[in-house]
Design a protein around this ligand. Sequence first.
Ligand code: CTP
Length: 407
Amino acid sequence: MRGKTIILGITGGIAAYKGAALCSKLVQAGFDVHVIMTEGACKFITPLTLQTLSRNPVYTDTFDERDPSVVSHIDLADKADLILVAPATANTIAKMAAGIADDMLTTTLLAATCRIVVAPAMNVHMYDHPAVVRNLNVLAERSVMFIEPETGQLACGYVAKGRLAEPETIVAAVADILAEDERKPLLGKKVLVTAGGTVERLDPVRYLTNDSSGKMGFALAEAARDFGAEVTVIAARTSASPPNGVAVVRVESAQDMLDAVMERFDSSDLIVKAAAVADYRPVVRASSKIKKSGDRLMLELEKTTDILQTLGERKTKQYLIGFAAETGDLDHYAMDKLQRKHCDMLAANDVSEEGAGFNKDTNIIRLYDKSGLIEALPIMSKRDASRRMLTIAAQRMADREGKEAGR
Ligand code: CTP
């Protein structure tokens, strides 16, 4: 990591004292570290400590311009490879979400175009507060990355989630993010991701759908974009917002999704079928609203085309990843789907497990290939799980290309 510049923003929570160890470890890892402290942070730890450890001046005041040849917050933002806010208080997170720039740190953050990583630390009830949850989601949609707080003894007396991740964990995560961003393992590749739940209409006002939010598909699209790919998302009904920098094609039914995917399949290198596609659709779609009649109404449904299976049968050079959302017997169903649908990789999760499944920000994924389980990922954000999945896929695609080139 020599030659990489990190801005370390320390905000005013008790975990600010850990900012010293964090700064020291970042310097030891070879980063050029420039520290910005909020007023609150200075109540817990002194700028002199951070200046000594970082061997650079510490910034605390937007208007304390020491070098007349530059504007400090712009200069810092421009030279940063990554800005790390650790610990990040609920207050700074809220300011970041709202775009408020009332101190040196938040002003620099607004001027930054580099990657931003936030390590929150606060009381568990604050962390779970809907306002904080909303703000974290707003930042996630803007591609801010998070190093989740750990569970343990909190300074306020609770034993719960909210403790700043250990400095070693934060340094390792930052190094990984920069290394992967730099390698761009999917550079030059065309990636097609499907997301959300399909909608099968009964009449102009009613439809059959499912609980998919689109979060997993969008997280995969974002990770593929960060890895250098040209990304298209075929999105059915979603409640989450798509990431910036990817092409989004909106569809409604399984048939629309099939058409949109087939149109782009031949020119794609990697396809991830994260959408929850209806297996059945109404045989008849009424052209006007179905009126209430007898005590019972029978709906007749017919099978939709299995998009993944169709792709699996047609694929040539494409790397195909399928999903399986199950409520038990994961290994068995995953391997069955992988083989039946000719996938190169299958990501399975048990949607009945706490922390996994529809409309959550986290997932617990098991990855398979034709020889069995590749990796059982622990509970992690959908974004981190996506990065891990695509790292493995990119590696396997490169190995395959290498073998073909060597033939
Ligand atoms: N899938 C698809 N087209 C369908 C149904 C499913 O492309 N008509 C894809 C999904 O996008 C997912 C994978 O197939 O990647 C597995 O979906 P799932 O609903 O779990 O599979 P099914 O074969 O429908 O099995 P189940 O009996 O469990 O519903």
